[in-house]
Every structure is written in structure tokens, then in C-alpha cells.
Design a protein around this ligand. Sequence first.
Ligand SMILES: Cc1ncc(COP(=O)(O)O)c(C=O)c1O
Length: 461
Amino acid sequence: MSTAGQVDIGLFLDLESRNGPRHQRAAAAVRDAIRAGRLAPGERLPASRALAADLGVSRWVVVEAYEQLTAEGYLEARRGAGTTVARAAAAQAGPRDDLPSVPPGGKQPHLDLRPGQPDLSAFPRSAWQRAYVAAARSAATDELGYPAAAGMPTLRRTIAHYLRRVRGISASPDEVVITLGTATGVRLLARALVARGASELVVEEPGWQVLPSVARDCGLRITPRAVDEEGLVVEGLPGADAALVTPAHQFPSGAAMSPERRRGLLAWASARGAFVIEDDYDAEFRYDRRPVGALAGLDRRRVAYLGSVSKTLAPGLRLGWLVAPPELRPALDVVLPLHALPSALDQLALARLMESGAYDRHLRTMRHRYRERRDALVAALRRESPGTVVGGIAAGLHLSLPLGDPGRAQEVAASLARAGVLVAGPERYSSTSTGAIVLSYARLPVERAPEAARLIARSLR
Ligand SMILES: Cc1ncc(COP(=O)(O)O)c(C=O)c1O
């Protein structure tokens, strides 16, 4: 396992899929990780002994690989400071394959600050591998059959326990439904609502546009409602059947829903017999205060809760969960068989990862790392652009720079793209017009924060 501030390099290395002697394969794997930008200049590599143990090779193999890469200029070894990725290595890095094309005349992007993904290079590969192998080894024969539509009982038990412990939600394993992520959860809930005769869903404006569009596809009419620094404005909510909210950390403004608004929203739902759909997408990352409990912890009867591992582990796993209010459950049970599920082994592996404590350890490591990255970016932005408001920094993986007018936010986002910095402009998360740009610090190493802030300051000017 990595410690905070030090990359878990075992994550990148897949020696079996390479040819040649082991030390050359290890060197090639580290070189590729640097060239692809998964290891950033200045990042510290694990001690040779630790990495050797992680990879199941002798220490000599790692020492040889490190020496080779030091000779090539990819790594630097300093007495007492260990081995780090050389500052000059950025110049040797090839283009990253996960970045989109740049606008005509723009530079090759070298900072991807678009929100939506965690630091995928920190995915706990070794821990996942152990959990997966253990799941494959010990799965009962029956567990390899068609999974129950609501998910594997083992994972539903684990999630019920996790939600009670971490989010203050009291739900029995039977009440937990495993999904392919939040978007699938919204699809299921929207279908269940429509089957009960519902027609209208209130959504936050601005907000992540994927979820309203999924609900619209299922037949719900979407009514956007304004958000302010206390979250969704609840006063004067229309007579809708449900409201979809991000109370822990509004996306994208970053506001935490205030206690008054929480009470107001639940009172609205109770009075109308409506439901609140709670998208708890990045609640695990709260930095300066204790986490705010989930709305579903206050009222299980009116709140349908959605969570996933997309921000905590990786969206590519497609693993999530929902807890529906008892009144919605019969309608949900009718649509559940239409729903696709994650593979049985993935579900069992996640249960293992959580039960072994490795998931909590990963969250602790990442919370620390993201907090350092957030602090570095906020400090650098304040230095480079004094007077600029930096919003939504208490939690999550992104912050927002409100710029007043949407046209200006679009211009700043385009100017940043030309300078090689990708951020989300207003068109990414607004159905109308909010003038902010949204930046994620999840993948921004501390030492690159000043460079990012300088480029942002230049575009703001
Ligand atoms: C507001 C919001 N909710 C939820 C998610 C996660 O969705 P899923 O669990 O379907 O990957 C995201 C991902 O970007 C998001 O921005």
C-alpha cells in the first residue's frame, strides 16, 4: 500500500504482459507510466524493498530497473530523499491517451482538470487484485449462477453495514439494491416512479446533465430549480413527484445543503407524498469538517439514496448501490429484472475489499492526498489571482470559479484549452446559464498547482 504523497507504483506494473528479463520489464513499465503521465515529475517512488515485495520479485530486479531509469534521466535518486520522477521527465512524456483533441491552434493539453474522475492512477490495484483473487477462490458454486436482480446478498450486507457506519443510513441488506452506478440507479428509480404514475422531476440548476437526461428518457418531465450557497432553493418548489439533489456537495457549485433546506425539502416531500433522490456522489471526501450525514439518514420513507465507487475507486468498475424508500420498493421490484448487474465476481470482490479494511484505508490515503492537492491549488489561485472567488472547496474533488456571466466563463474555458489546460465550461453542467468554470484537483500533483494557477490567472486576465 502506498503512503500519502507517495505513489503506489505497483499499481502501474503489469510485468506478466511484457517480454524480456524482469528488471527490463519493470524498467519499461515505470518508463511507460512516466511517459503516459501516470507518474508525475517530482512524485516519489516506493523503496525498492517495498516495491519488490509488492510485485513478488527480488529486490535486485527493482534496484536494477531504478538504476537504468536514473541513467536514462527518467528518475532521480538523492540520498535521504529516495527515488523520485525527474523534473525533466515531463519533457520526455508522450501525449496522454485519455485526453481529447485540442481546439485548432491549441497546444497539446498537459493539464487535465476536468471534473468527473478521481485520480485513476491511484486505483488500489494490489488490494483489488487480492480481493478479486480471494473472491474467485472462495465464491460458492451457487454464487456463480445468474445473480439475483437486486445484487449479491454478500455485497448487499456489506453495503448496508458501510452505509450505517459511514453515512448514518439505517437500511437492512434486503433494502439495498446493487447497480451499475448512479446513472443506472436513476434509471431504475425513474422507471419505478413512472410506473406509479409520476410525471415530473425537479433537478438542480446547474447540475450534472446526465442524470436528468436519463430520467427524461424514462418519461419524466424535468423542471430545473435554482441552487444557491445553501443548496437547492426549496421555497416555492413546484408540485412535482420527486426532486433529484446532491446535498453533501452540490454539483458543480460545491455547496453543502444547509440544515434548514434539508428540513424544508423533506417537509415538501412528506406534504406531497413526493420522493427525494439523493445523489451522494463524492460524500466520502470532506476535508475541513466532519462529513455531513446523508439525507436518507434523516428520512428513509421519503429519500431514495444513490451511491457508487465511481469517485472512490474508479468509474470503470461500474459498481454502485441504491436504497429505496419502502413505498417505492414494489414498483422498483417490477423494473429490477430489466436491469443489468455488475458481474458476480466484481460484486464479491468489492465486498471483500470493504470487509478487509482496504477500502477504508484507500479512502484515508486519498482524502489526505486530495486535501493536499486542493490546498495547493487554492493557495496558488489566491496568490496568482487575488480577489477571484474560489467556491465549493469544503469537499469533493473539484472547485468552481464563478465568473458571473456564462459567455465569459466559456471564453475563459476556451482560452485555457488553447493553453493546454482542460476545465469544464458552463455548457457541461447547465441547461440554462451559469457563469462558472469547474476544475478538478484530483489529478493535479501538488508541485504542478502553481503552473495551473498561473495559466488560469493569465486566461482570467
Ligand atoms: C453529480 C454526479 N453524480 C454521480 C456521478 C457518478 O455517476 P456513476 O456512479 O454513474 O458513475 C458523477 C460522476 O461524474 C457526478 O458528477
